[in-house]
Design a protein around this ligand. Structure first.
Ligand SMILES: [Ca+2]
Length: 312
């Protein structure tokens, strides 16, 4: 039976690649819904971009629920400096005609999880964790019903990407991240340490484009534009394809490695706000509660993602 998942997301091209990789994998994954949140760009744009991606792939039967427009207690911080004003700069996709599903994403998450047997649904978190924290506040039994939460976010020895200490998804809503990490559900975290080993090199993008479909052509251009910022910043050939690692982990966990650790999120310091404090060496005595993936086989990852996108 395919594994039921909900994808919580703030679509830039990375998120969209993750969504479409999941939808192209019906033997393994059953995408119950896509839920959007403010993050890379404001909520109305992330909600639009999610539907642009689904319409491009002709997968509009997947419902898209819009969620929260701002973090729990802080003003929204966005990343147009990376993704462009639309979040989807680099290729003009038509405005979506498919309406949003009626309802509020945190409530939809609660309904979808609680209406299924315990231990069935996996949350795939590709964005600030505001929707998830709010869903858990609305339904305290939610965490206990989940099979797993897989989060793209955080950083350890790699350092941050939005500040020297913090990764973007955690930094935007550190209070939400802290609540989710403490919720008691099985959690896997895929940090920058891992995604920085998965770069959109020219040969990989050429392989994507060579598929020759509208989906491949669009994402060739979207990713080419999207990774320019990181190429300049880091001096690398290509940028990290962050968010699709979450889906790749569900499809091929053997291409990742890591260990179970305790992680706490800094919510107070102005200097290190949103930092994931990873007790890699077990020096605190705090209970290891998060599977933290530090390594990925980049070639196997791109082969997997490109192979799945070729089905669309
Ligand atoms: Ca994202």
């Amino acid at each position: 039976m395919p594994r039921p998942i909900i994808i919580d997301t703030d679509p830039s091209p990375d998120d969209a690649v993750a969504i479409l990789t999941a939808l192209a994998s019906p033997e393994e994954l059953d995408v119950l819904a896509v839920t959007t949140v403010a993050g890379n760009v404001p909520l109305h744009l992330t909600s639009k971009n999610a539907r642009k991606a689904l319409e491009l792939a002709r997968r509009t039967e997947t419902p898209v629920y819009a969620g929260v427009a701002a973090p729990l207690i802080r003003p929204l911080i966005t990343a147009e400096h990376v993704h462009g004003l639309t979040g989807f700069d680099g290729y003009d996709l038509p405005d979506p005609v498919t309406p949003l599903a009626p309802g509020f994403a945190p409530e939809a998450i609660v309904d979808l999880v609680m209406s299924r047997p315990r231990g069935e649904v996996t949350l795939c978190c590709l964005a600030p964790l505001t929707n998830i924290a709010l869903a858990m506040a609305k339904e305290p039994r939610l965490a206990g019903r989940l099979r797993e939460i897989v989060i793209m976010g955080g950083a350890f020895s790699e350092g941050g990407n939005i500040t020297p200490a913090a990764e973007f998804n955690i930094y935007v809503d550190p209070e939400a991240a802290a609540r989710v990490l403490a919720c008691g559900a099985p959690i896997t975290m895929i940090p920058l340490d891992c995604t920085h080993q998965a770069l959109t090199t020219k040969p990989r993008l050429a392989k994507l484009r060579a598929i020759g479909t509208p989906v491949a052509e669009a994402f060739y251009h979207l990713l080419t534009f999207n990774k320019l910022f990181d190429e300049r910043k880091y001096g690398w050939e290509g940028g990290p394809l962050h968010d699709a690692t979450v889906i790749a982990y569900l499809l091929a966990p053997e291409i990742f490695s890591g260990r179970k650790v305790n992680i706490e999120v800094e919510c107070a310091s102005a200097l290190t706000l949103g930092m994931t404090v990873v007790d890699w060496w077990g020096v605190t005595g705090r209970t290891p509660s998060v599977q933290f993936l530090r390594e990925i086989n980049g070639d196997a990852y791109f082969d997997l993602v490109i192979g799945r996108l070729a089905r669309l």
